[in-house]
Design a protein around this ligand. Structure first.
Ligand code: MG
Length: 375
């Protein structure tokens, strides 16, 4: 059993004025929520003590919605004071202490710390330094980085010992809980941290992919005398799809999914069927032009998926060629293009062989920082 203390009372001055860095948006939630989510799947988690700035209703509201296990506490004037106060609320025999601004912590890092506590009073994740380092206290002296480690959170402790260390320490010169612990005890082990488990300190620390998902749907009538083209592949069939362009219903649905993911209008808007330029047009070319529109918005495709509903002919033998064509045009690995086909079991217009329809979805992404909020 263990309790979790989340230090969420800092003001984050290095992140500049404006909203607290813990409330910055990240993948549709906040930095604080992502900093706690990975702990929720750990067995043995009893209480989550979240220390928030006194009177900060917004941070409190965000912390409370994370889990029923959350207990809100007032933070102190310093991180030392915040953690010392929070330790008074710890009832489990082990405690993990985590920064509210480390949203990229993984289950692996957490699990390693918890397991290491079986044989040690304290366990702390750390990573080797990749940059060269110098000491600047007296001129500029190179240090041997192989002897140095950057220390992360969550830091794990046997509760009685970390409480005793905090009670004995004076609060000066301690930037983390491990240094408080080491002022009284020595049985601390370093576990393997992760370069990804960085603390959000500056605006560009939140430079992460901004992913969006979109959907598309299209249907075309089957008629004699037309070719059946799906994903740029000519499929032998007695009937083909009718339309202004080559009626490649698969390419159209995927194009619409990409456009909607990027927040754009649909293909009917961009490539109107009243425009003679698109008469009998190769829809794979339209898909290429769609990709340019999406790119102008700053997005690139991550993956696309589509389901074709077609009673006959049987499409299964042609699906690998369709996926390869689409992947080539979209600049994706073939594994990121998922095409499936099904029949409608004789029901509806598809089932009667009058129509082929396709529903598709697409994910696009761009790298961005939340600069709009003057972070
Ligand atoms: Mg169409």
């Amino acid at each position: 059993m263990f309790d979790l203390i989340v230090a969420a009372a800092g003001r984050g001055q290095r992140c500049g004025p404006g909203k607290s860095k813990l409330l910055r948006p990240l993948y549709g939630r906040t930095v604080l929520e992502w900093s706690v989510f990975p702990f929720l799947s750990e067995e043995g988690l009893e209480r989550i003590l979240v220390a928030v700035p006194p009177g900060d209703a917004e941070t409190a509201r965000v912390a409370e919605r994370i889990s029923d296990k959350v207990i809100l506490l007032d933070g102190g004037a310093t991180r030392f004071e915040t953690v010392r106060n929070a330790l008074a609320g710890v009832l489990a025999d082990r405690v993990l202490i985590h920064d509210g601004a480390r949203p990229f912590v993984s289950s692996r890092v957490i699990g390693d710390v918890l397991r290491a506590l079986d044989g040690h009073g304290a366990a702390v994740p750390a990573v080797p330094l990749t940059d060269s380092v110098v000491e600047i206290s007296n001129g500029c002296r190179p240090l041997d980085r192989s002897l140095l480690r950057a220390v992360q959170t969550p830091q794990g402790f046997h509760s009685g010992k970390i409480k005793a260390a905090y009670a004995a320490a004076d609060g000066l010169d301690h930037t983390d809980d491990a240094s408080v612990y080491l002022s009284l005890y020595q049985d601390l082990i370093l576990t393997e941290g992760s370069p990804l488990n960085r603390k959000i300190t500056r605006p560009d620390d939140l430079l992460v992919p901004d992913c969006r998902t979109g959907t598309g749907w299209d249907a075309h009538r089957l008629e004699r005398g037309r070719r059946l083209i799906l994903g740029g592949v000519r499929v032998p069939s007695e009937k083909g799809l009718a339309g202004h362009s080559d009626a490649d219903v698969l390419a159209h649905a995927i194009a619409d999914a990409l456009l909607s993911a990027a927040g754009e209008r649909d293909i009917g808007f961009h490539f109107p069927d009243t425009d003679d330029r698109y008469l009998d047009a190769d829809s794979m070319t339209l898909l290429k032009e769609t990709l340019e529109i999406v790119r102008k918005r700053g997005f690139v495709p991550e993956n696309v998926a589509a389901e074709i509903i077609c009673e006959r002919p049987r499409l299964s033998p042609h699906i690998p060629a369709m996926a390869e064509n689409l992947a080539g045009v979209l600049g994706l690995d073939a594994g990121r293009v998922g095409i499936s086909a099904t029949t409608a079991e004789g029901t509806g217009a598809e089932g009667r062989g009058e129509v082929v329809s396709v529903s598709a979805c697409a994910t696009v992404s761009k790298r961005k920082t939340d600069l709009s909020a003057r972070f």
